[in-house]
Write a protein that binds this ligand. Structure first.
Ligand code: ARG
Length: 463
């Protein structure tokens, strides 16, 4: 049981109380950030003349040696300490003696943990942004090679109108691009340094907060010390962004699962990304997609958990905030691995173009175009809608598609039908004539792809 605050107490903390209160079991992940923050703090204390140059050098060297030993595996994080901050400080004092006791000058664990968590989250914002970029590249490549892969577009999971695979995938490109935008916005908002806020009310030492902020690559220091130690908005935003990413991945996974089913047969997952059944030898299951879909729940849960933790907290720091860590770490890990696995799965998936096209032909996806054909010949749309409705009913009865009905029969439904109808309602025409901005026609899609390419090239230099 090792604490930083024994002075005021006359009795040992009960072991169960200590264990309940301790966070080292999970905040040991922050070791590297804690050391980085402390090195910057010591550098600033020296520059501001608050500690001597010798003490600062001893502190910084001591912290570096702790970092090296942790990395090499020569030092293990001892979980009998209360938290990672206590552990690092105790090790420092053990290694360099009294100089180590000066590190915490003008600092509290409240601004220290606020800094560590922000630094840690910042690296994950960048990592997740990067993972999204990799996924966008895979989607882009698939779009480029599937501009004329026809497939049914669905509403209510019923075949609606024909689209292309490129167009369908383009919808996900948009979603993940927005996800990146949200992370970018978050980065800009959160990239301010809380260190120097002290316990809640700043400090009487002449800290140079601008300097510490610049050492740690922040845009500047935070502006209100009470807010600095009690703000977890950036984590809530991140968890919300991660929830939306998880939701997008989950929707995409759901489609992968459907498309991979025997009934659809639109895709075949690579063996490396599928699993078998212990009893049914014929099975090749889409477990990765199902897990990505399933893990969405815990990411949403983390967001709800932290929102609820924060809702009743008076200013400034309260121990409740320690509860920010486990759920956040879990969500960061979860979405990070979901993105990695999903990207690998998608990039190795084989698309059965023939099956997709056949499905588009069979599902009356050209019914709207058949109605539009009659409109172009002069019939009001409402009437055309009704004629084609009756025609579809006839086709369902006969087990054929509209373009399989001969012209003589078509004329029984409307005199306006002519030989040119077959061309007008062919799958190719139905898709290719859809050229409005954002529509699936090849030419419309090509200009979107030019934009996407520019976006992907540019974003290499962002964040
Ligand atoms: N483990 C604590 C947390 O995560 C560190 C801050 C402790 N501060 C305090 N006043 N007890 O929030």
């Amino acid at each position: 049981m090792a604490t930083l605050w024994g002075g005021r107490f006359t009795k040992e903390t009960d072991q169960k109380v200590f264990d309940f209160n301790a966070s080292i079991r999970f905040d040991k992940r922050l070791a590297e950030m804690d050391i980085t923050g402390s090195v910057s703090h010591a550098t600033m204390l020296k520059r501001a003349g608050i500690i001597s140059a010798e003490d600062a050098t001893a502190i910084i060297d001591g912290l570096m040696s702790i970092r090296d030993d942790l990395l090499k595996g020569d030092l293990f994080i001892d979980e009998s300490f209360e938290d990672i901050h206590s552990f690092v400080e105790a090790k420092l004092i053990e290694r360099i003696g009294d100089a180590g006791k000066k590190l915490h000058t003008g600092r509290s664990r409240n601004d220290q943990v606020a800094l560590d968590m922000r630094l840690y989250t910042r690296t994950y914002v960048i990592t997740i942004h990067e993972r999204l970029k990799n996924l966008l590249f895979v989607i882009y490549d698939l779009m480029e090679s599937n501009l004329d892969t026809y497939m049914p577009g669905f509403t209510h999971l019923q075949k609606a109108q024909p689209v292309t695979l490129a167009h369908h995938l383009g919808a996900y490109f948009e979603m993940f691009k927005r996800d990146q935008g949200r992370l970018y916005d978050l980065f800009k908002r959160m990239n301010y340094c809380p260190l120097g806020a002290g316990a809640l009310a700043g400090t009487t030492y002449p800290l140079d907060r601008d300097f510490t902020a610049s050492l740690l690559d922040f845009y500047g220091p935070t502006s209100n010390s009470m807010d600095s130690v009690s703000d977890r908005d950036y984590l809530l935003e991140f968890l919300s962004d991660l929830s939306i990413i998880a939701m997008h991945l989950s929707r995409f996974s759901e489609e992968i699962i459907l498309w991979n089913s025997n009934e659809y047969g639109f895709i075949e997952l690579d063996d490396a990304y599928s699993t078998g059944s212990s009893i049914m030898p014929q099975k090749k299951n889409p477990d990765i997609a199902e897990l990505v879909r399933g893990k969405t729940g815990r990411v949403y849960g983390a967001l709800m958990s932290l929102l609820t933790t924060m809702k009743g907290l008076p200013l400034a720091y309260n121990k409740d905030m320690q509860e920010d860590k486990e759920v956040s770490f879990d969500s960061m890990d979860t979405v990070n691995s979901c993105l990695e696995l999903f990207t690998g799965m998608l990039s190795t998936t084989k698309f059965n173009k023939k099956k997709m096209e056949e499905s588009a032909v069979k599902g009356f996806t050209n019914a709207t175009d058949a109605a539009d054909y009659l409109v172009k010949k002069g019939m009001p749309f409402r009437d055309a809608h009704s004629v084609i409705g009756r025609l579809v009913l006839y086709c369902i009865d006969q087990g054929i598609s509209i373009d399989e009905v001969d012209i003589g029969k078509l004329k029984e439904f409307s005199e306006l039908f002519d030989e040119d109808v077959y061309e007008a309602i062919s799958l190719k025409t139905c898709v290719e004539r859809r050229l409005t901005v954002g529509a699936p026609g090849i030419e419309a899609m090509k200009s979107v792809l030019v934009e996407y390419k520019k976006y992907l090239e540019e974003q290499n230099s962002e964040v």
